[in-house]
Design a protein around this ligand. Sequence first.
Ligand code: HSE
Length: 435
Amino acid sequence: MKPINVGLLGIGTVGGGTFTVLKRNEEEITRRAGRPIRITTVADKNLELARKVAGEGVRLTDDAFSVVTDPEIDIVVELIGGYGVARELVLKAIENGKHVVTANKALLAVHGNEIFSAAQKKGVMVAFEAAVAGGIPIIKALREGLTANRIQWLAGIINGTTNFILSEMRDKGLPFADVLKEAQALGYAEADPTFDIEGVDAAHKATIMSAIAFGIPMQFDKAYVEGITKLESADIEYAEQLGYRIKLLGIARKREAGVELRVHPTLIPTKRLIANVEGAMNAVLVQADAVGATLYYGKGAGAEPTASAVIADLVDITRLHTADPEHRVPHLAFQPDQVQDIAVLPIDEVETSYYLRMRVEDKPGVLADITRILADSEISIDAMIQKEPAEGEAQTDIIMLTHLTVERNANAAIARIESLPVVQGKVKRIRLENL
Ligand code: HSE
């Protein structure tokens, strides 16, 4: 059988993994795909590295545009990353009738609507399993496996770097800055880890999942994004004492009024399976009306796990590229004319529970003042701890967990608590989800 020809743009870690796995499992993959999958061309700035990884018999070029316009190429795999040249190359590939496989979550979260619309018009596939949670087939699950369901919400640990940092902070009681340095030394965190630790990477992935879960456009610009840089070890410790673990979650929830799309540190009950996802591992919990809760767990990054997702997309395209475009699985799971423009709710309108830590003077009436404010705001307290003041100190910490309330309401109550003369400084607030 005539092989399907693939052009690879960018031969870093994932590109290398894709070569290795395609070669090692060539026979099995061909049996599944129905014909051989061959990477015939690689574009990379570093031709020496490209030759080392790709071996002989593969055409190398430092001109990626020559690959996306090459009539011999059937599928373009984009592993360059970023929003700039990657966007131009993907659009050019589509214009030239190529199918595209990409691991680029930033590109899809920000320019996905434009890219899918172009692909739709041209009748080509854009596959992106590797863009979310690396090797976990979560895109396949949301788009195909759960297709009978109304998906109600999903919550994911979708950034391995931050999950590693949070696990280390908890295990070793170390501050964020120290663990970040350790993560960089071990190669988990990038030299510039901003996208990971500020929650941007997780928000890209949550945006993509929200689109295919609910049949809505990509709305990354509306996502609420809060990272882990301000998290203190004391809060991780208090959360543990209350039976909770703090994770950076990407959450998408469909509500009557719109969609919640948010990334932030979140307390979750330690007894939940997802709370026990440690180190650099990823997991996504999906709640849907027919099946109930399903949990997807695995490696969210790395050469071979991500290559596993890239190759799964290559096999899908190989099987389907001769099919009538209307008979293929739609890019965003729903038929293109059925994608609904449902608004992402502002963070003020999000409904969640809270962990509140306040530093207060240890004297009569303080707790009563605080609980009065919460009662006035109709915020119900779920649990509470008050520490004995340390020897010689007149102040102590009060930690409260609340039931569900709307964020605007919680903010107003927090502002009133902060204005009490017996409360020192700001109230530390972390959102809580029972999942
Ligand atoms: N930087 C990501 C992470 C992996 O730490 O999970 C690639 O998406």
